[in-house]
Design a binder for this molecule. Structure first.
Ligand SMILES: NC(=O)c1ccc[n+]([C@@H]2O[C@H](COP(=O)([O-])OP(=O)(O)OC[C@H]3O[C@@H](n4cnc5c(N)ncnc54)[C@H](OP(=O)(O)O)[C@@H]3O)[C@@H](O)[C@H]2O)c1
Length: 293
């Protein structure tokens, strides 16, 4: 702890919103293990790392005094499937506005945000539009920022592996929508935590938007085959998958999940590697760590 112009600065304190989620938990534990004083923000439950503070929408007045002078704010609240109560504008855009305002009130100078691979100004997909608008809030906030655009983040309990394992459990078969030839560039959650730790402290990440993608690009066909081992796989006509996504809440994919999946989004791993200088986990090792292996 040190004092600059009367403001107490906790050089090692990091605040995480969305700390109960998949990335939040893994990153929070990693930062805590690496000597960071982690403050986890959650609307319900508590975390097994750092100190947990309750918040519904990041606007509660009492939060400020607990967060004052923290080094960085890791904004991990987000949703990829909207409902009437939790639509993209409410969760992805408005809670990002609230995160920015909270940083300013608490004197936190740096915000790290996870957007999405494929986000750009011209996108017509609701999810990408909300992530783009959230990025703009951060870019124009006057805060120092690092915005990551992740491909699928993989590790024990990740969303994609859970979707596949639930298909096996309920139907005994994994469905591949359409040809399955579209690509993804998965990244291991432990690597994500390491990169985020670098972004919190390294000037090289300052005011940048960076793809958060793994070493290797794979087709969905290959990814599913590698992940599910001997489980049965069935190709389903894309039109049918899309219709199921539209009409059924129990469809493995929502309409936007499906659009992102077949979107063939790959990114610039080289830039991430040169900025972070970490040893990235290879594709096979990453899969070993997943829940299905
Ligand atoms: N995982 C990926 O592969 C991936 C890829 C691209 C982008 N991202 C982005 O990375 C961020 C973290 O992803 P994740 O995989 O950790 O997601 P996650 O597991 O779904 O966690 C989302 C977090 O956001 C919180 N949250 C959701 N809606 C909220 C609301 N209305 N009010 C307050 N909190 C709310 C959740 O709280 P509860 O626990 O209370 O529900 C949870 O802590 C998200 O912004 C996501 O869009 C992730």
């Amino acid at each position: 702890m040190s004092e600059i112009c009367g403001l107490v600065v906790h050089r090692n304190r990091v605040v995480i919103s969305g700390a109960t989620g998949f990335v939040g938990k893994n990153t929070g534990r990693f930062l805590a293990r690496n000597g960071f004083d982690v403050v986890a923000l959650a609307r319900k439950g508590r975390t097994d790392f750092g100190k947990t503070l309750k918040t519904q929408d990041l606007t509660e007045k009492n939060l400020v005094r607990h967060l004052k002078g923290s080094t960085a704010f890791l904004h991990l609240i987000g949703t990829g499937r909207q409902t009437a109560e939790n639509d993209y504008e409410t969760v992805n855009v408005n809670l990002t506005k609230n995160a920015v305002a909270l940083c300013k009130r608490a004197g936190i100078g740096k915000i790290v945000y996870l957007s999405g691979l494929g986000v750009n100004k011209k996108s017509t997909l609701g999810y990408f539009i909300s992530k783009f608008k959230a990025e703009q809030e951060i870019i124009h906030s006057g805060l120092d920022y690092t915005i990551f655009r992740p491909s699928y983040i993989i590790g024990r309990g990740d969303q994609l592996s859970r979707t596949l394992s639930s298909q096996i459990y309920h139907h005994g078969v994994v469905v591949i929508p359409g040809s399955g030839k579209y690509r993804l560039q998965p990244i291991f959650v432990y690597d994500v935590a390491q990169v985020i730790m670098k972004a919190i402290s390294g000037r090289q990440f300052s005011r940048k938007i960076i793809d958060l993608v793994g070493l290797q690009t794979v087709t969905y066909n290959r990814f599913v085959r590698d992940l599910v081992g001997k489980a049965k796989i069935k190709h389903v006509d894309f039109e049918k998958s899309y219709h199921d996504a539209l009409v059924s809440a129990s469809s493995p994919f929502g309409v936007d999940d499906l659009s992102i999946l077949v979107g063939n989004y790959v990114g610039n791993h080289r830039k991430l590697a040169s900025l972070s200088r970490i040893a990235f986990t290879g594709y096979d090792k990453m899969l070993e760590a997943c829940s299905l292996s």
